[in-house]
Design a protein around this ligand. Structure first.
Ligand code: ATP
Length: 688
């Protein structure tokens, strides 16, 4: 063992000993369940410390940075880990949490010069970096030490890439993981960006968008711990399977309680109206994806998902607000009435700050009180009861003419004004949820429970502008992380064509736009292949730049045998190349079902991933192409890449682009007689 490794090995032993001592000391103190709030707070602190130590114990840190601030002559080695560990007896921290301001040096320092600075709470601290070291520890065993910068030693430059490559070359299991030890500087800038901004991130496939967004949540919670709570943060993702796939990252980062949901589930929950019947999610997705291209049916949807529709609905809601109060007096009994002007004054002025249904309720109560008061002023006993009955009847009739619609009823009414050819037997679909929520808010208002401190929207290219506008109402601080890739928009007729559609919804000082161009997932061969496919349809989106990681060439092959036999052979081949997760990606759900059954008949059990699926288990999967977005596999096999399945147009190019960029290490494509024209350029390059 060389000196450096020996030194780090001793340091690790010392750290583990201190962690054990701290754990033992805490284990001696029983939990406090009493009512004293000071004791409760102390118990809470101890509990958090126990959790931090537990997190730190197996791999206490991943990096070391030797830094001397200008103001001080001494250099302190800083060890940086997933969880901070306090030093014994109030000494300097043993391990610094990766989210601490000083830890940002570890990520932003790229070694061009020894000088570096970071933002401390009150000032910018500048100083000199003497050493940046990556340290891999697994289950308390030191595995690897790589210096990516040593002052005065040019040989160490670029070594951080070696460490990144070492991490990227590993086979992945079936869940997305944290990347704290190898966050890259362009990613770190996003993770640590200001809170009260709507950040939009356009990133190539595999650039770490999802991962970065989740790390940003952990950072925000650490940095603004007194201002934001995990229960007030939410991640919107396209489907349950994807949510399952990303479900480990936040717990790994020590963050719990953040809601992770789909827009559909969240909206249905808020609306809480059993009469809103949407098509089964799987059907809804399938119909939309498999119908190809923009069809006429989608033109209507485009309008319903636009900001224009949002404004038109707001206009109708304003009219409704002004006209739905019955324009009449309330006649209690002969000679006594409450004038319509007074009622309108209550409704329009006094109760203006309430949502519409609450206002109705308030005015109703106020009218009841008015009847009571008038009633008391009647002297003789006899007509009194009679008059009360009469007045209540009048009030009932008044309220009956003052309708109390559900959001759905009002929406249908508005639709017939805005979209002339609304079908008679209209049925709600996913795109109606955002407009329904807009109406719901005007009718019933918003509770503090449904307000968020921060919102993440993943795969935001498939979100419609109206959905973002609704979410803006739920996040008064405008604190958003919105991420996606315009070239991965594969829902016909849905989503945005440029990020300005979302950015323009925020004022200029609230916007932040970032681009991630480096792709960390796939080998150079796979990225070049995918870039060739999308090239003619790229518009002004930059091509993905692979990290320098070379693998085996992409193989495009005609089917030489029955497709089931061919798939079995390829799956075996990929497994022998150490692929732990492999996806066979078909064009349609039906193709996937047939293949899955065929494989089963041959005794090979695989997981069939369909839109209704709520979990992703890894291993061998058969999956229709529109469902693979966001996921990744060691190996991917695309079937039937023929001219009829993938004709030469932007939509199919994007589908193939998404499919190909799922593979980390190995990519195979099969066609029957002729390959899709979309592959022409990519195939030529593989022959060079
Ligand atoms: N800095 C990094 N260090 C190590 N691995 C990284 C880094 N950044 C990203 N990765 C890895 O790259 C892969 C892709 O990450 P992620 O899924 O977050 O990307 P994405 O941009 O959301 O992709 P897509 O657009 O295809 O959904 C993951 O395996 C992730 O762990």
């Amino acid at each position: 063992m060389d000196d450096v490794k020996q030194h780090e090995s001793r340091k690790l032993t010392e750290t583990i000993t201190t962690i054990n001592e701290q754990q033992q000391a805490l284990a001696q103190i029983p939990r406090y369940y009493g009512k004293d709030i000071v004791e409760q707070a102390l118990d809470d602190q101890r509990q958090q410390q126990r959790k931090r130590l537990e997190k730190a114990a197996p791999s206490p840190y991943f990096g070391r940075l030797d830094f001397s601030p200008e103001a001080s002559k001494s250099t302190v080695p800083l060890y940086i880990g997933k969880a901070g560990v306090e030093g014994a007896d109030g000494k300097d921290p043993l391990v610094i949490d990766w989210r601490a301001p000083i830890a940002s040096l570890f990520y932003s320092f790229t070694g061009q010069s020894g000088t570096a600075s970071y933002e401390a709470p009150e000032e910018t601290i500048t100083g000199t970096v003497h050493l940046k070291r990556n340290i891999a520890i697994h289950e308390q065993v030191l595995e690897r030490v790589v210096d990516s910068y040593v002052e005065g030693d040019t040989a160490s430059e670029g070594a951080s890439d070696d460490f990144l490559l070492y991490r990227l070359e590993e086979s992945k299991d079936h869940r997305l993981r944290d990347i704290v030890s190898t966050i890259q500087s362009e990613q770190d800038a996003i993770i640590r960006a200001e809170r009260e901004k709507a950040l939009v991130i356009q990133g190539v496939p595999g650039s770490g968008k999802t991962t970065v967004a989740l790390h940003r949540l952990a950072y925000l919670l650490y940095h603004y711990q007194d201002q934001i709570k995990p229960e007030k943060m939410v991640v919107f993702a396209p489907n349950q399977m994807f949510l399952d796939y990303i479900s480990e990252v936040l717990p790994e980062l020590g963050v719990g309680d953040i809601q992770q949901t789909t827009f559909r589930d969240w909206a249905l929950d808020l609306l809480d109206d059993a009469s809103i019947k949407l098509p089964d999610p799987s059907r809804a997705i399938q119909q939309r994806f498999e119908s190809d291209h923009e069809t006429k049916a989608h033109t209507g949807s485009r309008y319903k998902e636009s900001i224009q529709f949002f404004h038109d609905l707001e206009g109708l809601l304003d009219d409704y607000e002004n006209t739905h109060l019955p324009d009449k007096d309330l006649r209690a009994w002969e000679g006594t009435h409450l004038s319509k002007e007074t009622i309108r004054d209550w409704y329009e002025r006094e109760y203006r700050h309430y949502p519409l249904l609450k206002r109705r309720e308030r005015v109703h109560k106020r009218m009841k009180r008015w009847i009571e008061t008038e009633h008391h002023s009647i002297r003789e006993m006899d007509p009194r009861n009679e008059r009360k009955k009469q007045a209540n009847k009048q009030l009932q009739a008044f309220m009956k003419s003052w309708k109390r619609p559900t959001p759905l009823q009002l929406y249908k009414q508005f639709l017939s004004t805005l979209i002339k050819e609304t079908p008679r037997r209209w049925q709600a679909s996913n795109e109606d949820l955002a407009p329904l929520l807009l109406i719901y808010h005007r009718l019933s208002g918003m509770t503090s429970d449904s307000r968020f401190d921060h919102i993440v929207i993943d795969e935001a290219q498939d979100f419609s502008p109206i959905q973002t506008a609704i979410l803006q109402q739920h996040c008064p601080s405008n604190s958003f992380t919105i991420l996606g890739d315009l070239l991965q928009n594969i829902v016909p007729g849905r989503g945005i064509t440029g990020w300005e559609e979302i950015l323009d919804q925020f004022s200029e000082h609230q916007q932040g736009f970032y681009q991630l161009d480096r792709s960390y997932r796939s080998t150079m061969e796979i990225i070049h292949f995918a870039n060739d496919i999308i090239h003619p349809f790229r518009g002004n989106v930059k091509p993905a730049e692979p990290v320098f990681r070379s693998g085996s060439p992409v193989k495009v092959t005609p089917l030489r045998q029955d497709s089931v036999q061919q798939t079995i052979q390829s799956l075996h081949e990929l497994q022998s190349l150490d692929c732990r997760t492999v996806a066979v990606i078909t064009r349609t759900e039906e193709d996937a079902r047939i293949l899955h059954q065929g494989l089963l008949n041959q005794g090979l059990a695989t997981h069939l991933l369909t839109p209704g699926e709520s979990s992703y288990q890894g291993g061998l999967s058969i999956v229709p192409i529109y469902l693979v977005k966001g996921l990744e596999f060691d190996g991917a096999i695309l079937t039937d890449v023929d001219p009829d399945r993938y004709p030469e147009d932007a939509f199919h190019a994007r589908l193939l682009y998404v499919g190909c960029t799922r593979a980390l290490h190995h990519l195979r494509l099969f066609y029957r007689e002729e390959s899709s024209p979309l592959l022409a350029k990519a195939i030529n390059h593989t022959k060079e």
